[in-house]
Design a protein around this ligand. Structure first.
Ligand SMILES: [Zn+2]
Ligand SMILES: [Zn+2]
Length: 343
């Protein structure tokens, strides 16, 4: 999608407004596969109510369900919760609450979009039984799987997510999208066909589809981590379990990550030397590329991903506008950041 100067300006304004609002918020995520007869009407209902509650976030609605990442004002959380649970489509839906809030809000605005699917998986849902999902694993059971040589643990997330954090010994496919992940996983796991398989992702939603997909591809013993890494981190803290997740849990909001384990397992993409697991979006709003930076590189490059981005951003805006189209083209075509090789 090409970003116009107007989009960039409006994002900056919203960001400023959100930063100026210091009221405490709680970052929540939830999803549910549920038949929604009229997604447009459902969207309107959510938008109206959640605007009143001054929630912010990114929510996808489809006829197959809802996938929501959002924040709620701390002092209105109970009220919000009561309302959500009173909606027939959402009654009983479990939430995953962030283990840490950043210094800045997790979202700057509220967007609710209607999509064909709540997760872009590239699968034809008519071609297999999507309801034949794997059984759930608790955090304690996940730990047992990690220790069991007869079990295989697979990260169903993308490489930029697993790069900064993953379970000990997990298979972390080098893919940029969930679609690609689903394409490569049956092949990757072929040699483990008779083993116990445990899948995990950020909050559990991707594994619902992935576990059904693997079962359809002949894998008998597929289970998945309930509530994903977010819930794992909670259970580890609450139940005093050993934490077998190394590093950071990448999250899709302005925080870009929640610390789960203490260690830093990735390196700066700019110098490729210093250990870092902090993601940044390039300061050049036309580029906005996600990369990992260390403190010194971020300072040296003023938060840009490259010299070109810095140079282009310093041009007068009258020059930038006509240049934007070509520049977008350049960004799309150039080699993306070569991710650190994962074990
Ligand atoms: Zn660096
Ligand atoms: Zn850039």
């Amino acid at each position: 999608m090409t970003k116009t100067a107007k989009d960039v300006a409006s994002r900056q304004e919203k960001r400023q407004a959100a930063l100026a609002d210091t009221r405490l918020r709680r970052t929540v995520s939830f999803y549910r596969y549920v038949r929604i007869a009229d997604p447009e009407a459902f969207r309107e209902r959510l938008l109206k109510k959640w605007s009143e509650f001054e929630c912010m976030g990114r929510i996808y609605v489809a006829s197959e369900g809802i996938n929501a990442q959002m924040n709620v004002l701390q002092n209105r959380f109970n009220e919000w919760n009561t309302w959500v649970q009173s909606q027939p489509e959402l009654a009983g839906v479990p939430y995953k609450i962030a283990v840490e809030e950043g210094n800045a809000p997790s979202f700057y605005k509220l967007t609710i979009k209607i999509r064909d699917k709540i997760v872009a998986d590239g699968l034809d849902d008519e071609s297999f039984d999507v309801t034949n999902t794997g059984e759930y694993l608790t955090a304690a059971e996940m730990n047992q799987y990690i220790d069991d040589p007869e079990a295989v643990v697979v990260d169903m997330r993308n490489n930029y997510e697993s790069e900064v954090g993953h379970f000990e010994g997990a298979i972390t496919p080098n893919v940029v999208t969930f679609r690609d992940e689903l394409k490569v996983t049956p092949e990757t796991l072929k040699i483990h066909k008779n083993k116990k398989i445990a899948l995990y992702c950020t909050g559990g939603i991707r594994c619902e589809k992935a576990s059904a997909w693997l079962k359809h591809n002949g894998f008998e013993n597929v289970k998945h981590l309930k509530g994903g890494i977010i819930d794992y981190a909670h259970q580890v803290r609450e139940l005093g379990l050993e934490n077998k997740f190394k590093g950071k849990n990448f999250v899709f909001d302005e925080r870009l990550g929640e610390r789960v384990g203490e260690e830093i397992i990735s390196h700066c993409h700019l110098c490729r030397k210093t250990k870092s697991d902090t993601h940044y979006h390039c300061q050049n709003q036309i580029c906005h590329t996600l990369f990992i930076g260390c403190d010194s590189c971020i300072e040296k490059r003023s938060g840009y991903c490259s010299r070109v981005c810095k140079a282009v951003d310093s041009l007068p805006s009258t020059w930038k506008k006509p240049l934007a189209r070509f520049y977008n083209h350049y960004i799309r075509r150039r080699k993306s950041f070569n991710k650190t090789k994962l074990a």
